[in-house]
Design a protein around this ligand. Structure first.
Ligand code: NAD
Length: 307
């Protein structure tokens, strides 16, 4: 019988379905123990991971039976795709399935931050009545800049437009015909970041996007935008981000992803309750609904693959 290893959390119903068809080892914390994964992976034909399990060459070299990697989400920065291709290991991502979840998070944070709700909320909870301490602005007619126009960028675009925002986008890899279909403008990177009131990042982490938002980029942000990053931590330089906020180059930020996860003290100690910011533990794509849909999708793909 085919052996399946699951190293991160997965919807329990899907685990049960897999157990009906395969020998399954499910340990949602195993991603923390790379040594153990390396020792055991030679027994498995398939592995199911999220973004924490490192499937790099040293681990893949031990994976002598491995034929299938199921990725519960998108983004392959934890998997050596080239080496998998070379070893004829099929990688199955769950493209676009958590895009609704991420898009809702982006819109929720945009509204919170443009209205300074985090700051009003904090002070009111302390018994203050800060009605005129902070500005509150509207999303309507603001410029919403998207970096990356894939599955999530498209969802964010539609919702932002329904709030009356205008969308501009940088993505050199998509068909420019989408401009008419989505009623937006594709512009060069510098133009998007310099003209936007809100900037939201929706690109994979790779050599081109690593450190994309650094001091150099912040200098071009002329409208004191709000910056939202749900993609991968290393796309935004965290030290440069804090400096940009302190120097009032940006007026707020939401981060769901970090250079180091779990978040490290050297970063969170720089943030206090006076910051107009939202930070969350890589949950923008994880809802009850998306967890179920993604787990079912990968389960079906895996069953089909081995049939
Ligand atoms: N925080 C979370 O829970 C969560 C959930 C889902 C996705 N993500 C991250 O968000 C990223 C985007 O997700 P998606 O579903 O929209 O992916 P996607 O693959 O559908 O879209 C990515 C888009 O980025 C574009 N792109 C690639 N390189 C670029 C570059 N250098 N400059 C501009 N555009 C570029 C591509 O052309 C594509 O249109 C993923 O790669 C993943 O890392 C995070």
């Amino acid at each position: 019988m085919t052996n399946i290893l699951i190293t991160e959390f997965m919807n329990e119903e899907s685990v049960k379905t897999l157990k009906k068809n395969f020998n399954v080892k499910y340990d949602k914390n195993l991603f923390q123990n790379e040594k153990k994964i390396k020792e055991e992976i030679s027994n498995f034909e398939a592995i199911i991971v999220r973004n924490k399990t490192q499937l790099q060459k040293t681990v893949l070299d031990e994976a002598i039976k491995l034929k299938f990697v199921g990725r519960l989400g998108v983004g392959l920065d934890n998997i050596d795709k080239e080496y998998c291709d070379k070893k004829n290991i099929h990688i199955q991502i769950a493209s676009g399935i958590n895009a609704d979840s991420v898009a809702e998070y982006v819109m929720g944070s945009s509204l919170h931050l443009i209205k300074n709700i985090t700051l009003f909320n904090y002070e009111t909870k302390k018994g203050m009545w800060p009605r005129s301490s902070f500005n509150s602005r509207e999303l309507k007619e603001k410029i919403f800049g998207l970096i990356g126009f894939g599955a999530t960028g498209k969802k964010v675009c539609k919702i932002a437009q329904s709030f009356g925002a205008k969308v501009i986008t940088y993505d050199p890899y998509v068909d420019k015909k989408l401009e008419n279909e989505f009623n937006l403008k594709f512009l060069p990177f510098d133009d998007v970041i310099s003209n936007s009131d809100i900037i939201s990042i929706h690109v994979p982490l790779n050599n081109e996007t690593k450190n994309l938002i650094n001091t150099n980029a912040f200098k071009k942000m002329s409208k004191k935008p709000i910056l939202i990053n749900t993609s991968r931590g290393s796309i935004v330089n965290e030290e440069d981000l804090i400096n940009a906020y302190k120097n009032k180059v940006i007026s707020g930020f939401a981060l769901d992803v970090f250079e180091s996860e779990p978040i490290e003290e050297k970063f969170y100690s720089k943030i206090d309750e006076t910051f107009n910011c939202i930070i969350t533990p890589h949950i923008s794509g994880v809802t009850e609904e998306s967890n179920k849909k993604i787990s079912e999708f990968i389960t079906n793909k895996l069953i089909n693959f081995f049939n």
